[in-house]
Design a binder for this molecule. Structure first.
Ligand SMILES: [Mn+2]
Length: 381
């Protein structure tokens, strides 16, 4: 049997202020065509269907359209990610399931598979530890504890159904999580404060295939895990990634085989560096004129109207940074050094900077509590 694995659609997301909805609609068209052409037996969407808990109406329409069209080809199984509101995405789930669209947002139902011909698909929604530990009866804290509890439900059920013995069904586990060893981009929202967010891939074993969401770069992790990656780039850190969806073949007695199918690129990304005059004149940059452009200008003095002038050649320039070179070298652009820091580190540095003294442990505890509370509030918003 063959499954189509995708994730992290983030419907409703913008890219540096530019609407991505038409590009996302084009991706849905591509996916529907691919599923039909390849005659897949199931379609897996591993979380972050929407970009936020309250998605814009156009994004909701597109999601409805996508699920309807895909369900006409094969059963669809979707889980909620850390960007989705589990309650909203899960609305009417029982009704949708009757039409072959299985939206799984309830952690307690992790041990109830979607049964396909030849495979059991266990769909773990994103498990926010502070929200689901009571429901899962977990004492410990952190992601490892809740994933362990959910996987105990999975293993018990899979064993009951004869998985793992010759002639038994294949097991697929879907999850939206940061599996240790995976490589993030700059567009995933942190799952936890303080870096205790990742889980060892062994927690998700045994499975013939682990269909993951959360990381936006397509990649393997562990022996049988794979992140499908987002269909579109959401940050310039993804400029060199080849976005794809995964076609997974599961045949009795054989290892899962994966084929990556590249997703059409609506507009490439270009990361440029040089003086403004160089960027405007360099003939080698002709093929970047239609790209989304991030430019770092190295002029010793900040040129006037830099973005406006840049856009005369690169109409889709959306991000500008300055890194002056030469005699009048300043420090790196004052905000450049903050790029890529998580919220806790950002606040920590801010405090140290304005007070001239690092934050104390008790203050950091307060800060972590506040950041956790905000994350939980976002998850139930
Ligand atoms: Mn995501």
């Amino acid at each position: 049997m063959r499954l189509l694995h995708t994730a992290d659609w983030h419907l409703g997301r913008a890219f540096h202020g530019e609407d991505l909805l038409s590009a996302q609609a084009a991706f849905v068209d591509f996916l529907v065509d691919l599923a039909r052409r390849e005659r897949v037996d199931g379609i897996l969407i591993a979380g972050d269907v929407y970009d936020r808990a309250l998605p814009p109406v156009d994004a909701v329409r597109l999601a409805g359209d996508a699920l309807t069209r895909l369900s006409e080809i094969a059963p669809v199984i979707a889980i909620s990610g850390n960007h989705d509101s589990a309650a909203r995405l899960g609305f009417g789930a029982e009704l949708l399931a009757r039409a072959g669209v299985h939206v799984r947002t309830d952690p307690v139902a992790a041990g109830v598979p979607v049964v396909l011909d030849g495979a059991l698909v266990y769909a773990l929604p994103y498990l926010e530890p502070d929200l689901v530990r009571v429901a899962l009866g977990v004492e410990g804290r952190g992601h490892g504890a809740v994933v362990t509890a959910a996987m105990e439900l999975v293993r018990a059920d899979a064993t009951r159904r004869g998985a793992g013995v010759a002639g038994g069904p294949a097991v697929v586990v879907m999850a939206h999580a940061f599996v240790a060893g995976a490589v993030p981009s700059e567009s995933e929202r942190d799952l936890a404060v303080g870096g205790a967010s990742n889980v060892p891939h062994t927690l998700l074993a045994p499975a013939d295939y682990v269909a993951l969401g959360h990381m936006h770069g397509p990649q393997r992790v562990g022996e049988r895990g794979r992140y499908a990656g987002s269909p579109l780039a959401f940050s310039f850190s993804e400029a060199t990634q080849r976005k794809s969806v995964a076609l997974v073949s599961l045949d009795a007695g054989a290892e899962a085989r994966t084929e990556l199918v590249p997703v059409p690129v609506p507009r490439p990304l270009a990361v440029l560096r040089g003086t403004l005059d160089e960027l405007l004149a360099d003939p080698r940059l002709a093929d970047r004129e239609a790209a989304w452009v991030q430019a770092t200008l190295t002029d010793p003095m900040r040129p006037a109207d830099a973005m406006e002038r840049l856009r005369r050649r690169f109409p889709h320039a959306v991000a500008l940074a300055f890194d002056p070179q030469g005699d009048r070298v300043g420090t790196e652009g004052s905000y450049g050094r903050l790029r890529g820091l998580d919220d806790e580190e950002l606040v920590r540095r801010f405090v140290a900077d304005v007070r001239g003294q690092a934050a104390q442990d008790a203050e950091l505890d307060l800060l972590r509590d506040a950041l956790t509370a905000r994350r939980v509030a976002e998850a139930v918003a």
